[in-house]
Design a binder for this molecule. Structure first.
Ligand code: 5GP
Ligand code: ZN
Length: 120
């Protein structure tokens, strides 16, 4: 699997070829605001390297996925979600066409604020 897919929208966002409103970046993870938010707080967390979806995950991805899960609540608070339990957030990872995935670079939607469940 190539680290970067030149035809992938989110790989282009990671590379800065398409602008985005960045939420977070480290060596392995990138997060940015969704261009069509479904909730008052709505950002996407992605691995920097191209992984098409959760269907491609294997044992070698456990540390990366674990880091993303631990990062999510920190970034949710940073982006304005209210604290648990009154606040909180919702995470969605659409996988494959029947899972509703439109962009085929693995991404977690992190949504918060009032009524983040209106879609999805
Ligand atoms: P999916 O349906 O694949 O789970 O979600 C893809 C998400 O990417 C959608 O919520 C859509 O609004 C978002 N999106 C698509 N194109 C862009 C873009 O160019 N920039 C940003 N920031 N988000 C995008
Ligand atoms: Zn990609």
């Amino acid at each position: 699997m190539s680290e970067h897919d030149p035809n992938c929208l989110f790989c282009k966002i990671v590379a800065g070829q398409i602008p985005s409103r960045k939420v977070y970046e480290d060596d392995d993870v990138f997060a940015f605001h969704d261009i069509h938010p479904w909730a008052p707080v709505h950002f996407l967390m992605i691995p920097k390297k191209h992984i098409s979806s959760m269907a491609q995950l294997g044992a070698g991805h456990e540390a990366l996925m674990g880091r993303m899960m631990v990062l999510a609540p920190q970034l949710a608070l940073q982006e304005g979600c209210s604290p648990y339990p009154e606040g909180g957030f919702r995470m969605v990872c659409n996988t494959g066409v029947e899972g509703g995935q439109e962009v085929h670079h693995l991404h977690w939607h992190v949504m918060g604020g009032q009524r983040p469940w209106l879609r999805g």
